[in-house]
Design a binder for this molecule. Sequence first.
Ligand code: MG
Length: 382
Amino acid sequence: MVPLSHIAVLGSTGSIGTSCLDVVRQHAGRLRIAGLAAHRSVERLCQQVSEFRPDWAVIGSEVVVIPEGRNEGTRWFRGTDCLRSLIRAPEIDTVVCAMVGAAGLPATWEAVDAGKRVALANKESLVVAGSLVMKRAAETGAQLIPVDSEHSAIYQCLQSGRREQLRRVILTASGGPFRGRKRSELADVTPEMALKHPTWNMGPKITVDSATMMNKALEIIEARWLFGLKAQQIAVTVHPQSLIHSLVEFDDGSVISQFSPPDMRLPIQYALLFPDRLAGPAKQTDWTRAQTLELLPPDLEAFPALRLGFEAAARGGTCGAVLNAANEIAVERFLGGELSFLSITQVVEDVLNHHQFDEQPSMSELLAADRWAREEAIRWKI
Ligand code: MG
């Protein structure tokens, strides 16, 4: 019998976190929630705790009040030190990193350092510090399995060939809500328009990233580190139906793709049960219906974020940290009505161009580059 896997879900109240709990509900014989952590959604966390009865519940924010009348058996903690203890607890074997933004990096680092299986939904961990995270994972034996749907697809496709005979990976992009628009038609985009995604239902930050295609830029950088690729080995194709989640091409010209309805519960389950593929909660393909698949070249003029992604992947070093940090601030400022839609990518490009590039930064140098880029992006004016 396969032993029960004890899981800590970091970011359990977000979109990936709740999908993860859906998966666990369906595989109670294989997966057990041992720890739940949320930043500040304490009510939701309480509901999850009363359903899953984990050993640990951690609330990240120092200002949120933990309510009275909690169930027995769950120990409640607050703050990042406790999060570290949860990740390192010997009874935890799998850590789901589902926090949003660069704030997820310390937790991913801790899990990798402790040699756990890491179901990685926080792409920023690799965008910011991919070289250090992958090196540490190789040293500790931590198994890093991506939850990002594109990278999960690539991970799955790579099982069908030899790594040294891989020619390239092709990331699919839905194209977001503004696919097909020219650059001039993007000037008046409001936050409300950018927050409507045609195929994926996600949090606001990633939905805006999808509209600018900065999400794909982050995924290019993520893929570069996760799979040890050169930037030239990564391509992007626009696939509006979001049914093919990415493809890999081998030296013989064969292209392998992973196809399934858009549903994050599939890549989450794959990461939690790898290498098993069991019937689960994810939506299934209806083979009685006609399906049309389009694969279109991306428009780099309308969506210059893609170009920045390729550049940052090629240069490596501090570029990922700077690109990501500038983008996090620019998206916040756009949602707050301070910046136009087209300015988001412009801020990122300007901050990237002005930064002090370091080819082999340490973790503290990466964090300093991240802080510097945030300050620059806050100051940025047209
Ligand atoms: Mg993705």
